[in-house]
Design a protein around this ligand. Sequence first.
Ligand code: APR
Length: 305
Amino acid sequence: MKITVIGAGNVGATCAMRLLEQGLGDIVLIDIIESLAKGKAEDLMDAASIIGHNCNITGTSDYSLTEGSDIVVVTAGFARQPGMSREELLSKNASIVREVAKNIKKHSGSPIIIVVTNPLDIMAYLTYKETGFDSKRVIGMAGFLDSSRMNLMIARQLNRNVSGIDSMVMGTHGKTMVPAVSNSKVDKAKLADSLKQADIDKLAEKTKARGAEIVSYLGKGSAFYAPSAGVLKMAQAIAKDTNEILPCSSYLNGEYDIKGIYLGVPARIGTSGITEIVKLTLTKEEEKLLKEASESVQSQISSLK
Ligand code: APR
């Protein structure tokens, strides 16, 4: 496979490292600062002789080298700083993502695009609009990350391992995240069988604030190990055509009664991108929260026009 990663910062470079070490394909690492992309690519090539991966990575600002990419990962843009919400990155990152999407359309062929730049659901929408690609081929990486974060919160509360814990987090990758507790499970049983409602509510809130918690520890920039792991998981599903269900930001065309925006929902991912938006039965309260999430995305999109 040929995989382009745009943005050679914390998330982009860590994605490149994970993809290389899993031998998923050759990588083109693009950054507006060419020497940064080159430096990180060359460092990763030096690592090849130690780690033993056989893939090639090129660091550049030249989009013509992305021609024929099977997957393009978009991480270019600003990361939030302590005290900032993801939503506050909107106008700064919108212009970057629009420019990046134009370049993908012009040079990269017809890849599947995994968007990571925040605010995620709006950046996925802009990428879809600007490229004009089939919406099934433009996917936002977030729901799987947020669900994994909730798995960890539950595991810590229950003092056990995460394996067997299966959370479902929907909605935005932002303030209107929707932990769909009714569809979250521990060893295939309902989460409510393992935890009291008050504890579940606390863990859901901790999950929503997890990104900000990490930003506050780091003091500068935002999380990158878990986001890059989320990208790897999605890229593997695409490369190996697993068709597994991964919560991710997907274009909705009436599913969940929402139309014309990107929002976090469970979706099947395979070689052609999203093959199915999975319809879960939600509680009335979860449906209401999902609606509020869609309104928040809609109003952010409108504010850009
Ligand atoms: N084209 C290409 N690269 C760009 C452009 C552009 N127009 N504008 C900025 N970049 C590059 C920067 O030069 C920088 O190297 O994007 C990179 C961003 O890296 P970091 O600042 O380290 O940010 P990172 O932590 O990687 O986060 C990137 O992912 O998770 C999200 O919220 C996060 O929106 C943020 C994005």
